[in-house]
Design a protein around this ligand. Structure first.
Ligand SMILES: O=C(O)c1cccc(C(=O)CC[C@H]2O[C@@H](n3cnc4c(=O)[nH]cnc43)[C@H](O)[C@@H]2O)c1
Ligand SMILES: [Zn+2]
Length: 364
């Protein structure tokens, strides 16, 4: 189905002036300081990282050859995507694997001028496969600190429940996130991922209540593969402060108005929605409706190498779909800063950097 070689990029126009403008916009995006709010830890393993992990664990069914990986990362539907995702999870078997993955993901982010990222981590998938919980926390924290020192990219964690794994996984995730002796310093939020069909959000309310009581922000996935009622459930039952995807919100005008009025940001991941078949084509993506409704829209890459994309490409896709120039792209980048869980000083620092960069770029 999805041809990973055909990831939509800003198309070159018919004239050389249009082509040159598109190239300039790509260059602008490449240097633009950015924040990313919806990106998965394991889903960020690049072919380079996957190859290194697969070499450590040669019995894995994940191919090491980048060409073969492109086929492997071509999905028939969302369920197939989760199957493939879990085979990459199976490559992460030791605390050193966790550290390598985390540090190298930060390196890839820094190359795209990502200054701040809230990385969705699924600790249950590692601890249930035998990685010691203390060693897991130490590995992500060690990598976080090293990445900030070496690359200047600030990482924070969102621990998500893999909903389809059942309430035992919710209990384990809540315990890991709220036990003082385990909870990592970089943890800021609590999420819910995996398939939505057959996994109603309200059953996770007690776990979100515990996480929120412990000071964590609520950021469940909702409305990615089911309708707007799932987004309402995420808001009313899980007290969501941002929504992962929220794609189907476009089908409910009252929901759009509610999201806009309450400044509940949507973490929009356009290419992901095509790769998992949540949306048929990019031109049918509801991002325009979200902007028109006044919603705080943020641009994200979700599982970038698995979807043959990266954050820069997602900004280029957004520029095309929303017809944005440099100022519009800078505003989109600032939306992510505003919707982040950074403190006021951290937000101001990145927002100022975005403004300074944009002014310098546009200066005659
Ligand atoms: O780890 C397990 O044992 C396990 C057992 C049953 C089901 C699961 C999952 O469903 C894991 C889902 C996994 O997928 C991550 N993810 C990455 N991208 C997305 C997305 O676009 N939408 C939803 N989930 C996504 C999620 O963080 C979970 O780690 C696991
Ligand atoms: Zn996601």
């Amino acid at each position: 189905m999805t041809d990973q070689h055909a990831v939509p990029e800003v198309p070159e126009g018919p004239t050389s002036a249009t082509a040159s403008a598109a190239r300039d916009l790509h260059a602008f995006i490449a240097g633009l300081p950015k924040a990313e709010l919806h990106v998965h830890h394991v889903g960020s393993a690049s072919p380079r990282i996957v190859s290194e992990l697969a070499a450590r664990h040669p019995d894995s069914k994940v191919p090491t050859d980048p060409e073969a990986l492109v086929d492997f990362f071509t999905f028939t539907d969302f369920a197939h995507f989760i199957d493939v995702y879990l085979s990459v999870v199976d490559l992460i078997r030791t605390p050193e694997d966790v550290r390598l993955l985390t540090y190298e993901v930060a390196r890839d982010m820094a190359r795209q001028q990502v200054r701040y990222a809230e990385l969705t981590v699924t600790p249950y998938s590692s601890t249930s496969r035998g990685i010691d919980e203390r060693a897991f926390m130490d590995a992500i924290e060690d990598a976080r600190k090293a990445a900030e020192a070496d690359f200047g990219t600030v990482l924070r964690w969102c621990f998500d429940i893999p909903g389809e794994a059942g309430l035992a996984s919710a209990e384990e995730t809540a315990r890991l996130a709220t036990t003082d002796a385990l909870r990592p310093e970089g943890l800021v939020s609590f999420g819910l991922g995996g398939p939505e069909i057959g996994v109603p959000r309200p059953q996770f309310k007690p776990y979100f209540d515990r996480a929120i009581a412990a000071g964590l922000h609520s950021v469940p996935h909702a409305g990615e593969t089911t309708g707007p009622e799932t987004v309402w459930d995420a808001l009313t039952e899980l007290r969501a402060e941002r929504i992962g995807h929220g794609t189907s919100s476009a089908k409910d005008p009252k929901l759009l108005a509610h999201l806009a009025e309450h400044r509940i940001a949507l973490e929009v991941c356009p290419t992901s929605n095509i790769a998992t078949r949540a949306v048929r084509t990019l031109d049918e993506h509801p991002i325009k409706e979200f902007v028109r409704a006044g919603i705080l829209v943020t641009i994200n890459s979700d599982d970038p190498p698995m979807f043959g994309t990266d954050l820069n490409n997602e900004y280029a896709v957004a520029a095309r779909l929303l017809d944005l120039d440099e100022q519009g792209l800078a505003a989109l980048a600032k939306n992510a800063v505003e919707a982040s869980f950074l403190d006021a000083a951290g937000k101001a620092r990145i927002a100022d950097e975005i403004d300074t960069y944009t002014s310098a770029w546009l200066a005659p």
